[in-house]
Design a protein around this ligand. Sequence first.
Ligand SMILES: *Cc1c(COP(=O)(O)O)cnc(C)c1O
Length: 362
Amino acid sequence: MVDTKTQYLKIKDQVDAAIQEVIDSTQFIQGEVVRKFEEEISAYVGCKYAVGCASGTDALQICLMAIGLKPGDEVITTPFTFAATAETIALLGGVPVYADIDGKTYNIDTDKIEAKISNKTKAIIPVHLYGQPAEMDMILSLAEKYNLYVIEDSAQALGAKYKDKKVCNIGHLGAISFYPSKNLGAFGDGGMITTNDETLAERVRMICNHGSKTKYFHEILGVNSRLDSIQAAVLRVKLKYLDSYNNSRRLAADRYNKRLSQYLETPYVLPHVRHIFHQYSVKVDRRDEMKKYLSSFGIPTMIYYPVPLHLQKAYSFNYGKGDFPVSEKVSGEIISLPMHSELTDEQIDFISDKIIDFIRGN
Ligand SMILES: *Cc1c(COP(=O)(O)O)cnc(C)c1O
């Protein structure tokens, strides 16, 4: 599914040197390298502030803490996402309120959000799933109308664009993950929070560091969530290549599209976005059979996500089967093919041939 080894070997000298520099400096926590990387991410995304933290999950939680989410507050999000999106809301005592997805983009259906807004709604968390931005214009106008925060879950979409803006520079806050298999992957966990709001940026920075600005003086409730220097050093090297990694993914997606579009439902891309294909996910009948067939040729595939959150034991809250029919249908048909920056044309063709063989019934 991913090939972080080949990617590393191409830049091994630079990465190894960057790690060695941190070791030599012994500034393992909050080193200069973290500050530099934060500046580089904010320049890359186009926003004013970026604050490193320990993971994408923490980034979401810290965003919710920064906007002052209180027990009982509601946050509208998609049920078709990774658990972290709802988990962080619930951990703070908030209530995830799901709105079903659009059947073509798999992102939150903006026509279904307004009916979910109540006087307890505090925020909307759109997830830019698979690397395709959600319909942000609609989300922002609803947020403005009802005075809500918008937190972009950009864990899968760093470098993606909605109209002329990069994700993480559109809502009030953005959450990035540097989990190793993400488009910009660290050698461990890591995350970042972005914003253009100075007050929010200051709160975020304090929350990440036990709620303190000055060591041993704690003004607000915080956590210990920091991006460590070794991860920042690795990520600084890799950030220089992110656009080329994302381009390789887009080219791989083009090649898959050309080979497969007459046989199955290839990804729909909104005309006004730049999709960066964290995943290349297609819809097929007999999905599980195809997964087995491909696996017999050594071709890995993954299901993101087999069970939508409203049907997960831990995250169903008061929802049940039938509440979000589009999410339920998509989760039964979707399958993600190998997708990463190092895919070769030969690999894509081999995978495509086997898929076509399966569909034709050979
Ligand atoms: C990966 C991911 C996260 C969590 O990021 P971690 O760094 O693994 O904590 C959150 N939301 C989505 C949509 C993700 O894909």
